[in-house]
Design a protein around this ligand. Sequence first.
Ligand code: ADP
Ligand code: MG
Length: 230
Amino acid sequence: LRVEMQKSEKLMIISELAASVAHEVRNPLTVVRGFIQLFQRAEDIKNKEYLELVLTELDRAEHIISDYLNLARPQMEKKEQFCLSNLLDEMSTIMSSFAAMQGVYLQTEIQKDIYMVGNHAKLKQAIMNIVKNGVEAVGDQKGYLKVKAYQKGDEAVVTVKDSGVGMDKEQLARLGQPYYSLKEKGTGLGLMVTFSIIQAHQGKIAYKSEKGKGTEANITLPILPLDISE
Ligand code: ADP
Ligand code: MG
C-alpha cells in the first residue's frame, strides 16, 4: 500500500508540474501563431510553404500541450445528466471529417435516447481518443471504422471497431501505460487519460485485437434507471 501511495503522489506532482509548464508554453505559442498568420499574406511562395510547415508544427505542439493539461485535470469536476446518444452523434460528426481526410469511412449505429450521468466533456474526449486511434490505425490503407452504441439492461455499451494495423498480445497489454506510443508523433498519453475518465464513470473498457486485421474497443458505462433519468 505504501509503495502505491508514493507512486500516485509522485505521479500527481509530475502531472501538476507538466500542466503548469504546458500552461505557460501555450501563451507564447498563441502569439507566434498570430504573427505567422499575418506573414502568410506575403507574396513569396517559398516562404508561404515554410509558414505552412511552421503552422503544422505549432498544431502539433498544441496537441501535446492539451494532452498534458488533460492529464492533470481532475477527472470529474462537474457531473450532469446527458444523452450519450447525442454525445456520440456529435463526436462522429467531428471525427468523420478527420477520418475522411485520411480516406477512412466512419460508420455509426447509435441507439437513440441513452441517458447517463457523468462529465459530458470528459467522456466525449475519452471516446474521441479511442476513435482517433482507430482512424490512425487504418492510416493510409483503405479501411473502415465503426462506432456502435446500445443499451443493455442498466448499462450502455459502446464499441469502436477498426480495420487497422491491429496489435499483438504484448502491445495490447501495454495500452494505457504513460508514454507508450508506437507512433512517430504520438504522446502515448491518450489512452491513459481515456482509461482514467472511464474509470471515474465506473465504466469498463476492454480491447480485442488481431495483428494485421483490426481492433475493437468495448466500453460499458452504467446508466440511470428510467424513472431517475426523466
Ligand atoms: P498515441 O496515440 O499518442 O500513440 P495512445 O495512448 O492513444 O497514444 O495509444 C498508445 C498506442 O496504442 C498507440 O501508439 C498504438 O500503438 C496503440 N493503439 C491504440 N489504439 C490502437 C488501435 N485502434 N489499433 C492499433 N493500435 C492502437
Ligand atoms: Mg492516441
